[in-house]
Every structure is written in C-alpha cells, then in structure tokens.
Write a protein that binds this ligand. Structure first.
Ligand code: UD1
Ligand code: CA
Length: 469
C-alpha cells in the first residue's frame, strides 16, 4: 500500500454521555491503556504519525495531554455537533493550515479500540481495488442494537445504498443484522464535496457522517461495504458494560498470546494482564493474578494467586507467593517473595533473597541471599548480601520532617524486634541483639545491645498473694 495516498482522521471529540462518567470516553482504559491510545497504535502501523489527525473537543486539553507524545496532529472541534461536523472541522483544518489534502482519508472512531492494523490496511486496499468513493467496514454482531445499519443493493453485492442510524430505523428495518463499525475509507474529494450539504434533520439533531453514504449513492458514486473478519474488532464502547466486554476480550487475547509463547496461565479468564506485559516461557501464573503496566517477568517463575504486580521487573526463577503487592520493584533471579509482601517503588531485591510474610519495603536494596521474612518495614535502606533481618525488625526512617538512610553491611544479623533509628550504619558482620533500639553506628564484627537489662524477682507472685489486700 502506498501510504502517502492516505491520511487517518480519528474522531475523539465526543463526550460519551452514555458512560455517565466525568472522564472523556476516549481516555477510559481497556487492557490497561486508554481507548484512544489503542486506536493511535493501530493507526501508526499504517501511516506515519504526522499523517494522523485526531479530532478533539470535549475535555480537549486532557485528551491532547494524554496522547501528545505519540506525535500525531490535533484538530479542534469546539462544539460536538456530530460525526459529520467532526469531519467538517478536518476539512476546515486542511484549508486553513494549507496542508496538502491526501487522496484518501481513513476515518476511525476513538471508541472502537480493538481495530487491527491489518484490517485498516485491508479496507484501504479494497477501497483502491474497487475504485470506491466510500468504503465502510461492517460486521454482523450477535446483537446489532444501537449501531447504524448497512443497507446493500442486494445481500451478495458489496454496494451499499445507505446507512441508517438505530433511532431512524423503521420497524421492518430493525432486524437488519449488518452494522456500521464507524470506520471508513473515503476518497477525500468525494467526502469533502458532501460535508457541507449535511443537515441536522434527524433524531439526535446532529450532522451524521453516515448520511454521506446515501448522498454519494444518489450521485452514482460507488459506496461499498467490507465485512471485518472478527466481530470483536469493530465493537464500540458506548457504555461501561460494553467497555468491560472489550477489556475482557483484549485481556484474553493477551493471555492467549502469552500461552502460545510457553507461559502457563491457569483460569486465564480470572487474570488481569495488561497488553504490554511480557512473560518468559515456563512461568506459571495462578488464578486471580493482576500483571499491570510495563511489568516484565522472566522464565521459570511462579506467580501465586491474588498477587498484584505493577510496572515491575522480575528475573528468572522467582516465586511470588500468594497476595503480594508490587509497584515499580526490581527482583533478581531466584528470589522468593511473600506471602503478603508489599514492595513499594524502588525496592530492589537481590538474587536468591527472601522477603516474606507481611513485610513492606520502599527505596531499599536487599542484597543477594539476604532474608527479611516476617513482619518488617524496610524503608530508605541499603542492605548488603547474606543479611538476616529478624522478625519484626524495622527501620525508623522518618523523623516527622525528613527521611533518613539506614546502611547495613554484608552478613549482618539483625535480631528480632530491633528498631534501627536512621541515619545509622551497621557495618558488615555485626550482630544486633534482639529487641535493640539502635541509634548509633555499629562497627564491623561487633555486637550491639540496645535494650534495658532484664530484672527477675524470685517468688514475687507468691509474696504478693501473702500481702494483706
Ligand atoms: C456511530 C455511527 C454509527 C455506528 C457507530 C459505530 C454516526 C452518526 N453513527 O454512532 O452508524 O454504528 O458509530 O460505533 O456516525 N465524535 C466526535 N465529534 C462529535 C460526535 C462524535 O468526534 O461531534 C466521536 C466520538 O468521540 C466517538 C465517535 O465520534 O469516538 C463516534 O461517536 P458516537 O457518538 O459514539 O457515535 P455512535 O452513536 O456510536
Ligand atoms: Ca460509539
């Protein structure tokens, strides 16, 4: 395909009233990514970013900010007066900016997010091959309610006579099964000729882009329908329920792709895996796991149920036991995490290290083979290799105003229930006795005791009972 002959316009200015949300529809997420970003990603595989024009209007600033980094162009539709009006804005933009008009204009909807680049390319090809003025991507979903319907010259002919919106269907037209996906390819000159002739004489009082089809037909221009290979690909997201249906479809597709590459995912319909997540072969994902954002997991790992892992990087051969929460953590090979560990941002867990039950870490490096297995809080700390952090030991990193650093050398033993009051350093090989409150540095190889001496009073209980009440 000669992609210079094509530009893409993505309609994304609408409010999405049916969502009943204050967030613009195209910024709602499926598969962990905004609807509009999915459409842009597919578009970028067909034409370069500077040939993509995104029509924005409702909450234009936030929509622009969310997708600006893709390098596409923006066309403002200050008032949302319908899909036909959205394209009128594109026509005006070309005229005003002096941009040379592309021979063909592909029109996509910001709320039809599962569209694949192969499908976009194939309607371009059909459009050229059939020398059409307008090519419409269509589908026959199980329930066509809510969509505009396609009327063909005859069932087996590609030529279309009209697109009629749901609200304008006559009772005998209601059963028409073929829907308009809202994705089209136009010969730009044919489209631009008709845009100014549209009117708002319809159920919504809007300029319908779909009316262009019948206008071109009455001009004896060729309007054709091309059916999509998969129905899911052209489903729109007008309500939260429809959006969640697409979310599930997309996540299942991600899970299938991962399984095809050697990952075992038990009960994949229960897992929530974002589309950018990568996982190595022979890793096992148990039911009810969430893998989000840019998370990368190596091979031969096991992620047990109820863990939620976000933007984190896990090496090979790691076990994440049940119920762990991780955000922006980095874990080296062979580590064992959990159950119920909370690794907050900038937690770096070394090879073969263990982080266990109810342990919280933040801005911590835990060296290779080190262990913090029970009830610890480790924040703002550099911890060496082969260190044992006893049950209940914590870093006291915050003085109410500032955060302070704790440094622990290699092979240090920190006894249970110790409090390490930062800033403090415990040098390599040192021991901290259980129950110590450590406020001063501990030199290498020494033992630090920071607790009151125990007093034992023999026969105290019996003596007390003898005393008069
Ligand atoms: C539209 C089609 C319908 C088709 C359906 C497929 C029309 C009149 N109808 O209906 O035939 O079956 O898509 O999903 O086109 N938008 C703007 N500016 C506006 C209005 C809308 O940019 O003034 C954008 C929206 O943000 C959205 C897209 O255009 O991304 C479609 O608008 P929407 O209101 O959802 O149209 P539908 O009623 O779904
Ligand atoms: Ca829609």
């Amino acid at each position: 395909m000669d992609n210079k002959a094509f530009a893409i316009a993505i309609m994304a200015a609408g409010k999405g009233t049916r969502l009943k949300s204050k967030r613009p529809k195209v910024l709602h997420e499926i598969g962990g990514r905004a609807l509009l970003l999915h459409v842009i990603a597919a578009s970028e595989k067909v034409v370069p970013a500077n040939q993509i024009y995104c029509i924005i209007g409702h909450e234009a600033d936030s929509v622009r900010a969310a997708v600006e980094s893709t390098g596409i162009q923006f066309v403002l539709q200050p008032e949302q007066r319908g899909t036909g009006h959205a394209l009128q804005m594109v026509k005006a933009f070309f005229a005003l900016s002096g941009t040379s008009i592309p021979e063909n204009l592909l029109v996509l909807s910001g709320d039809v997010p599962l569209i694949r680049p192969e499908t976009i390319a194939s309607i371009c090809e059909a459009h050229l091959r059939e020398k059409a003025a307008m090519t419409i991507l269509t589908a026959v979903p199980p329930d066509p309610t809510g969509y505009g319907r396609i009327f063909r010259v005859a069932p087996d002919r590609p030529e279309v006579t009209a697109i009629i919106e749901q609200k304008s269907l006559t009772p005998d037209q209601l059963a028409t099964p073929e829907i308009n996906s809202g994705i089209y390819c136009f010969r730009t000159s044919a489209l631009f000729d008709k845009l100014d002739l549209l009117n708002t004489d319809n159920a919504h009082g809007e300029f319908y882009l779909t009316d262009v089809a019948a206008m071109l037909v009455s001009d004896r221009q060729r309007v054709i329908a091309v059916q999509a290979e998969s129905v899911d690909e052209v489903l729109g997201a007008n309500t939260i329920a429809e959006m969640m249906h697409l979310d599930a479809a997309m996540r299942l597709a991600t899970a299938k792709r991962l399984m095809a590459s050697g990952v075992t995912i038990f009960r994949p319909e229960t897992s929530v895996i974002d589309s950018e997540v990568t996982i190595g072969p022979d890793t096992v994902i148990e039911p009810y796991v969430q893998l989000l954002g840019s998370t990368r997991i190596g091979s031969d790992c096991r992620i047990r149920s109820y863990s939620v892992i976000q933007n984190s990087s896990l090496g090979d051969n790691i076990t994440v036991r049940n119920g762990c929460i991780m955000d922006s953590a980095v874990i080296a090979e062979g580590a064992i995490i959990g159950p119920y560990s909370h690794l907050r941002p900038e937690s770096r867990i070394g090879a073969g290290a263990h982080v266990g039950n109810f342990v919280e870490t933040k801005k911590v490096t835990l060296g290779a083979g080190s262990k913090a297995n029970h009830l610890n809080y480790l924040g703002d700390a550099a911890i060496g290799e082969g260190v044992n952090i006893g049950a209940g030991a914590i870093t006291c990193n915050y003085d109410g105003v500032h955060k302070h650093q704790t440094t622990i050398g290699d092979h240090v033993f920190v006894g249970s229930d110790s409090t390490l009051v930062a800033p403090v350093t415990i040098e390599s090989g040192a021991y901290v006795a259980a129950g110590s409150c450590i406020t001063e540095d501990v030199p290498s190889g020494s033992l630090a005791l920071g607790r009151a001496r125990q007093i034992v009073k023999p026969d105290w209980v019996a003596n007390r009972k003898k005393q008069p009440q």
